[in-house]
Design a protein around this ligand. Sequence first.
Ligand code: FAD
Length: 278
Amino acid sequence: MANLPPLSFEFYPPQTQEGVNKLKHTAKELNKYKPDFFSVTFGAGGSTKERTLDAVFELSNSDFNVAPHISCISSSKVEIKELLDQYKSKKINHLVALRGDNPSGAINSGEFNYANELVRFIKLEMGDAFKIDVAAYPEVHPESESAKQDFINFKNKVEAGADSAITQFFFNVDAYFKFIEECQKSSINIPIVPGIMPIYNSKQLIRFANNCGAEIPRWLRFKLEDYADDLDSLREFGVDFISELSETLIQNGVPGIHFYTINYSKTLSKIIKNISQS
Ligand code: FAD
């Protein structure tokens, strides 16, 4: 993978033993590309806390570098501190620190409102025990009142102590490059790693994009709809398109690529093979 920037792969914590076995297989397959780390998501409001811990320890026991996601919404400081202590005791030294989304209908009864407060808390309680990644939104976070305010809020996370950032997925590379330009102008010098979502399934992708505010360009939406019931052709098209997107990012010197895997390795392996040959 000599010509590739550092890669990382995101997993979600499986719900069944079959899912656990699949995750172990996926991790083994993707480990062939020598990733910097695997990350494991944390369900809204702590809903997957135990499963996230299990998946993180399963992976770290297999000697993989793992960065657990921690979301702070609906959590108390005591709960977060306990989690941090658990990770530190297991020699985990990298986190993805997030606010998270409110579980539907739940009232936020926690002690944190935004991710910058979580980053500050981790620094205060744990010093430099963890490298901290935060989320970045080149296409603007969907709840934000304005792009300007969203950028200020992002800067607050960096000033609170974030070491690097991973973006929400996007299909418009210009949005990413503009965001990087804005960071440079504002003296934000941390690495901002693009998050890339391979195309596995049209309906699922459109749903994810609608929820997180990622724009699907008109032409791409039509393609996704055309291929809807033809998974083989969709994935073939998706591999080519995501390979080209990744190549453009690499040619422009991105500091890494973070792939959202949804616990699949096959499609991603084809993309990585393509981009390592280019
Ligand atoms: P924040 O940075 O706190 O921002 C949330 C919103 O609040 C933004 O609109 C921001 O502009 C605004 N804001 C920030 N500070 C203030 C302030 N002081 N006053 C007013 N508004 C403010 N979700 C999960 O539940 N689990 C996961 O594991 C997970 N992993 C993710 C990984 C990545 C790489 C990314 C990009 C997202 C992930 N998400 C995850 C989704 C994320 O939790 C949601 O996008 C969530 O809505 C925002 O989280 P955040 O950490 O970006 O929040």
